[in-house]
Design a protein around this ligand. Structure first.
Ligand code: SAM
Length: 266
């Protein structure tokens, strides 16, 4: 399925946070629930932030959209998290979540899954509170800029985390390499870059709107990480079974998790 690149302005105009969360993370029929991608990412993040030894003072979560699941383990390993996304509506949605407004997406299953992994079953409210305290700010970001947080300049951080964003933000492989360099500029040498992504896809739908995806594969991702000054500490691929109705919404064939350490500036 061919697709024309949908850049940042399309996200700003057409990306609906509520429809997105319901479509992809809805408890019954969410795309990433049915293909087990959410569980895969939560399990890998838990491992990275515990046995994987990824910890420190500061972490930036790039392109969270309206989602917080990817920060549930990170908030135990970092003193402060900055969430950085392009669209106004996504940042507003996250600010509403930080304020504890009622009527937002219900993350209970993800909270329960992570609390169980951590051996704190039942402590869902405490976990939510911990993340609310650790998520210090929500800022604008464009990963295609050499300083993605421009005009904000932050001290370099110990970890950059990005799940489900770069495949949306990059129009081709060359752009992807540049984006990894831009994200590396936010990171201390010795710090970690964590990428969760879907692969083999060209489009995803959010309600009546369609967005483009760069068709990624693990060979390219390994190469680009090495060429941009990282060593890969963990990489795992989750393949996806075919299901026509689900593939019509998003046509990825697998998911990938990469934990990489920055060894030099490039
Ligand atoms: C499919 S959503 C992913 C949301 C969430 N991370 C998840 O795992 O479900 C893609 C996100 O990438 C963001 N995005 C797209 N292009 C971007 C860019 N150039 N810079 C920063 N964020 C971008 C969008 O605003 C959107 O929130």
């Amino acid at each position: 399925m061919a697709s024309t690149f949908t850049g940042t302005q399309v996200y700003q105009n057409d990306f609906d946070p509520k429809i997105y969360l319901d479509t992809y993370y809805g408890a019954e029929n969410g795309v990433f629930i049915k293909d087990k991608y959410l569980e895969f990412i939560l399990r890998k993040l838990h491992a990275a932030f515990t046995t994987g030894g990824v910890k420190g003072n500061s972490l930036i979560d790039i392109g969270p959209g309206p989602a917080i699941y990817q920060e549930l383990s990170a908030c135990e390993a970092f003193d402060e998290i900055t969430a950085a996304d392009f669209t106004d509506r996504n940042r507003e949605y996250l600010e509403r979540w930080r304020r504890g407004e009622p009527g937002l997406f219900d993350w209970t299953p993800a909270l329960k899954f992570v609390c169980d992994l951590e051996g704190h079953s039942g402590k869902l409210a405490e976990k939510e509170e911990k993340l609310r305290k650790t998520l210090k700010r929500v800022v604008k970001c464009d990963v295609t800029k050499s300083n993605p947080l421009d005009p904000l300049v932050l001290p370099k951080v110990d970890c950059v985390l990005t799940v489900g964003c770069l495949e949306c933000a990059c129009k081709d492989e060359e752009a992807y390499g540049n984006v990894i360099r831009n994200l590396s500029s936010l990171l201390k040498v010795g710090g970690h870059l964590i990428i969760g992504s879907i692969m083999g896809s060209t489009i995803f739908r959010c309600g009546s709107k369609q967005f483009s995806l760069i068709n990624l594969n693990s060979t390219f991702l390994k190469k680009v990480m090495t060429e941009t000054g990282f060593i890969i500490e963990d990489l795992e691929v989750l393949s996806r079974d075919y299901d026509k109705a689900m593939f019509d919404i998003c046509n990825h064939t697998s998911g990938i998790f990469i934990l990489a350490r920055k060894i030099k500036d490039v």
